[in-house]
Unconditional design. Structure first.
Length: 365
């Protein structure tokens, strides 16, 4: 072809494809009523991802900065569905208020659903979907980032070199190579974290109610929680927050840990008994803490408190300890994860509207 472009002539197959696409679009447009959806706890950085994902779904998205609480639930009025994030409360009073406004469809734009009163939602006949999976690497890599920063003290070095202070005292770390790293919860994120640690040459030890055959095939032994606590130099939490895992790391668990061990929590704040961990840090028994989540984060994370005193003594103490690194629930915050969360969330909303609920995403239905 002289101009380098393929010559193209429409054949009968193309006409058929076009006609079936046209019929499909009429069918889909008829089935989709295009809902008005209120997004609670909305942040400016997530809106472009949600708008892009909505391009083929044509819902009307209302972005609200307010967190969903009994006081703000009235803002849902006039919408057919709501979309919430990790710190929005789907408690019984909030669900009752939503039901009174005729709203029964909820999409969570997160994986965990510990913020949902599942019993109340079932009684009130809600349909709730979540994002069952997105880049587990986002959170796993963030846990590694916390570990490396804490160990090699790059956050302290950063501040020091800004002041033209190029000394090294107080910055000594240790080789991760050969260290024992305990992974608690070896689902998608825990397994991704374990693989990275294996790549570092660490000896990975795991605890889960259901051992992972993939990790076992890589030579990872599954031990009891007590064995992990006693043997690991670094412990990383990746199990969900459930009644049985609430305060999994309490004073007794901390006492079992090796002196100087590091603790990482990128899962949910409630896995850790904060005052007990503070005590272990202050006594020097716990070597360092990397936390992306906090038990009482609802009131603080995702908001700027820099111009007012923090009315939480424990969080204030944690952010000021030199061997503690706090990030504000940002493990999920990569471009790849944001795209996947937005795509699944908008597809879930359409699925809720069309009443076919994907099994994996189902919380209540
Ligand atoms: P997952 O469901 O794939 O894995 C969870 C694992 O925990 C499973 O293997 C399960 O068997 C195990 N588990 C359940 N109960 C347990 C118990 N009592 N003891 C030990 N193990 C137990 O989930 P995932 O996608 O890997 O996510 C893990 C957690 O990470 C989520 O529950 C969520 O709270 C948290 N998370 C945090 C962020 C963030 O931004 N920081 C983002 C996404 C998820």
């Amino acid at each position: 072809v002289p101009d380098g472009k393929a010559r193209y002539r429409r054949g009968p197959t193309d006409v058929l494809t076009q006609t079936s696409r046209w019929l499909m679009s009429i069918f889909l447009n008829k089935r989709t009523t295009r809902m008005n959806i209120a997004f609670f706890s909305s942040q400016p950085y997530e809106q472009p991802f949600l708008e892009a994902a909505n391009r083929n779904h044509h819902h009307t998205l209302t972005f609200l900065t307010e967190t969903l609480t009994p006081e703000t639930v009235r803002l849902a009025a006039g919408h057919q569905a709501i979309c919430v994030f990790v710190n929005d409360q789907l408690s019984r009073p909030v669900l009752q208020a939503l039901a009174e406004q005729g709203i029964q469809l909820i999409a969570l734009r997160c994986t965990g659903f510990n913020q949902v009163d599942v019993e109340a939602a079932q009684e009130l006949r809600f349909r709730i979907l979540r994002v069952p999976a997105y880049s587990p690497h986002s959170v796993a890599e963030h846990a590694v980032a916390l570990l490396l920063s804490l160990n090699r003290k790059t956050y302290l070095a950063y501040q020091r070199t800004k002041d033209n202070n190029f000394t090294l005292d107080g910055l000594m770390g240790f080789d991760l190579y050969g260290r024992r790293v305990g992974v608690i919860g070896t689902g998608k994120i825990g397994a991704a974290f374990a693989r990275i640690m294996l790549g570092f040459g660490c000896q990975v030890l795991a605890y889960d109610k259901v051992p992972s055959p993939q990790l076992q095939a890589l030579g990872v032994p599954f031990l009891s929680l007590e064995e992990i606590l006693e043997q690991a130099d670094v412990i990383s939490l990746h199990c969900p927050l459930l009644p049985e895992t609430h305060h999994l790391i309490d004073a007794a668990a901390l006492a079992r840990m090796k002196p100087g061990a590091y603790l990482l929590n990128t899962s949910r704040g409630g896995l850790i008994d904060t005052p007990a961990v503070l005590e272990a840090l202050e006594s020097g028994h716990l070597g360092a803490l990397g936390m992306d989540v906090y038990e009482l984060e609802d009131d603080f994370f995702f908001a700027d408190w820099s111009d007012k005193p923090l009315p939480d003594a424990d969080l204030n103490a944690l952010t000021h300890l030199p061997n503690v690194l706090v990030t504000s629930h940002q493990g999920f915050f990569t471009r790849e994860a944001m795209e996947q969360i937005a795509d699944t969330t908008i597809s879930n909303l359409t699925a809720l509207e069309q009443e076919h609920l994907p099994e994996k995403a189902l919380v209540v239905g």
